[in-house]
Ligand binder design. Structure first.
Ligand code: ADP
Ligand code: MG
Length: 342
């Protein structure tokens, strides 16, 4: 008998998803876009419906010793809304799968749902269902979000053209640095419980980690300005990884400029304090939930004075050349680390 065993680590998360994708093909004409974008696209007449799922697990994704349940609830919704935003669509409904143990009280679950409710109110989303089950180990929260957009406004990862301008919202790396701060304070607390955590200086970054927001504001602004990006993705795994997704899906090369990548000044200082390279935090940190998109050069005029949209580079013809021009003006290949789950 020849039973081979392939380790998950040899495929990685994206390799595994590719492998799953190859085993399925659409059986319904309404399944317009399946696995491979921020959300699936479903034909619903004049509109498209967008569907996405994101799961948060105690342990790999959050540590309840410093993550308040209310924030966790908010974040679980926001990260799903972010994937709907990345399709240039508006979220409308969510369902929630919850696995809990008797370690949690009714009050604790109330706390979790108060955060979920706050996010539902902020994003105008209705909680319409879900499933509840017991968990032997940690808390698991899995959310599915459904969004809607006119068909011709849906934006994919795969439709960037050469010579488009690469844009990113907000700033990058802060959420990752917020996590480093929280982890450090936890260690300090474990060695000396008398010590009170000193988080004030790091408030912005810790906030970005604990309570990220989805950039629906940008989706609305783009619509007001009559701009449909040529491609879009949200930054959940780090800028570099998301740039590679656009490159691969669209068949274009990427050129970005280090000095254009937006990094908050406190985040920059904090990176240095932690002996981390600020640009590495921005490229590979993850969990920023900003929007990364490309626009036609002719749309640049309409966006150039936007205070929260940064133009970090452009696409080009050679899909095998994904590079960054450093502050020293040397050209280095981009490396997508993303998160290694296995
Ligand atoms: P994102 O970071 O935008 O949430 P992911 O990297 O999690 O996207 O997923 C990439 C694509 O793979 C998405 O289209 C997602 O729906 C799909 N996907 C992820 N995990 C699975 C799975 N276990 N089975 C089928 N599709 C999956
Ligand atoms: Mg995404």
């Amino acid at each position: 008998m020849n039973e081979t065993r392939t380790e998950l680590a040899s495929l990685g998360e994206f390799g595994l998803i590719n492998r799953i994708q190859k085993q399925f093909s659409a059986q319904n004409l309404t399944s317009v876009i399946g696995i491979g974008d921020d959300a699936a696209v479903i034909d619903a007449g004049a509109d498209a419906l967008l569907v996405t799922t994101d799961m948060l697990l105690e342990g790999p994704h959050f540590d309840l010793s410093y993550v308040p349940l209310k924030h966790l609830g908010y974040k679980a919704v926001a990260v799903n809304v972010s994937d709907i935003a990345a399709m240039n669509a508006k979220p409308e409904q969510i369902t929630i799968g919850l696995a809990i143990s008797n370690r949690f009280s009714v009050e604790a679950i109330d706390e979790l749902y108060s955060g979920i409710k706050a996010a539902c109110d902020d994003y105008g989303v209705d909680l319409v269902g879900g499933d509840t089950t017991s968990s032997a180990a940690g808390l698991v929260i899995s959310i599915t979000a459904i969004g809607r957009a006119p068909k011709d406004k849906v934006v994919l990862r795969s439709t960037a053209k050469a010579n488009d301008i690469i844009c990113v919202t907000g700033d990058l790396g802060s959420a990752y640095l917020g996590l480093q701060v929280l982890e450090r304070e936890k260690q300090v607390f474990l060695t000396n419980p008398e010590m009170q955590p000193d988080l004030e200086k790091y408030e912005y970054m810790v906030g970005r980690q604990l309570k990220p927001s989805a950039r629906m504001d940008v989706v609305h602004e783009l619509a007001e300005k009559n701009i449909v990006p040529t491609s879009m993705i949200d930054v959940s795994d780090g800028l570099a990884s998301e740039l590679f997704h656009i490159s691969r899906a669209s068949g274009v090369g990427i050129k970005i400029f280090e000095d254009k990548v937006p990094i908050d000044s406190m985040a920059f200082e904090t990176a240095i304090e932690f002996k981390l390279d600020p640009i590495t935090c921005a490229l590979n940190g993850g969990e920023d939930y900003e929007l990364l998109f490309t626009i036609k050069p002719s749309d640049f005029e309409k966006l150039k004075n936007h205070p929260d949209i940064h133009f970090i580079g452009h696409t080009h013809n050679d899909a095998n050349q994904n590079v960054m021009v450093t502050k020293q003006e040397t050209i280095v290949p981009l490396k997508a680390q993303g998160w290694r789950h296995f």
